[in-house]
Design a protein around this ligand. Sequence first.
Ligand code: FAD
Ligand code: UDP
Length: 362
Amino acid sequence: MYDYLIVGAGLFGSVFAREMAERGKKCLVIDKRGHVGGNLSCEKIENITTHKYGAHIFHTNDKAVWDYINRFAEFNRYTNSPVANYKGEIYNLPFNMNTFYKLWGTVAPDDAKRMIERQSAGIKEPKNLEEQAISLVGTDIYEKLIKGYTEKQWGRKCKDLPAFIIKRLPVRFTYDNNYFNDRFQGIPIGGYNQIFEKLLEKCDVRLNTDYLESRPFKAEKTVYTGMIDEFFGYRFGPLEYRSLSFETQTLDTPNFQGNAVVNYTSGDVAYTRIIEHKHFEFGQQPKTVITREYPKTWQKGDEPYYPVNNDSNNERYEKYAELAAGEKNMIFGGRLGSYRYLDMWQVIKEALEMSEKNSRNN
Ligand code: FAD
Ligand code: UDP
């Protein structure tokens, strides 16, 4: 008999398992996929570390989380500075003085601010993503760099999306192309797999095992990091997710696009971005590997990459959360278990807090 059965060998499940194993608990981790690591899983192609489920750049402001993850890998100095390609025109991201100069020729921060104020006049309390975006950066940037990208990413109009999605991106009146504001940032040298090998070294692991097919193992407590609506048989109806298809190619050139991440922000291009993986580690290999990301509506059988946290889904989620709270000896966690758009650092923090709470209760 195990103390903990952990469903999902992604970041939440693996950090939780590690913490409980270190406290002497017997843990079994299962995953329906054929590998550990969840969406952080990497693969070597042409000796280039390739992020299989979308680019993952680690960033956090939380020193304890940064120190924790650095126990399992050495991180490089990669700073994410994506560029946007709008119909062949190149703009720096996030929205900063370089973007404003390219668009309007404004050199001084006050001139850029005036430009934005003129374009966003009239929006007092933004009610949706469109209004939020225009109030932050004006109509020109909204039209060229946000509208097309966001509508294909989320499969609905910006007017019908919550404002918080766009607030993830910094807007700066300095010439700084760093996509994140956090103190700590980098890519684990050699990729994320080594982190999971170490996190799980004191646990039993079974792959290709779907918990919901037969609920095959018994334990004192079960931690579930899959989709919460699926766990309860979609009793209140399915929650919405966005999925992605990844199209990966090896090219016989050392440098395809000169940057790890290029966003295609026009609605005319079906994919949202092209990732050139070698640039995450400043690779000098003779070939290159690129991945195009095509967003799509999630349907049963697809990977549920992004929860769609609008009001109606959040209300439905609350009903599932109530059921979850009544499940004895079950813990729901991670992006899918809590139906939230969480970054890696938040998932680690929540898994550490959950393991701490469970140790106190035992
Ligand atoms: P997951 O990684 O989804 O792990 C859940 C695991 O549970 C999966 O392996 C799944 O197979 C398994 N599972 C589900 N149901 C069952 C079942 N019934 N039986 C058995 N196993 C099951 N965050 C950042 O900080 N920086 C980034 O740059 C970044 N980029 C991202 C890019 C993309 C395209 C996406 C989708 C996310 C990105 N994230 C990023 C977020 C990051 O991926 C998540 O924070 C993190 O992976 C969540 O970990 P998790 O353990 O909650 O979920
Ligand atoms: N976004 C945009 N244009 C861009 C990049 C991002 O409009 O070039 C918007 C889009 O709505 C996206 C959100 O900003 O969903 C958050 O971007 P982020 O890069 O954080 O998305 P993720 O890493 O979650 O894919």
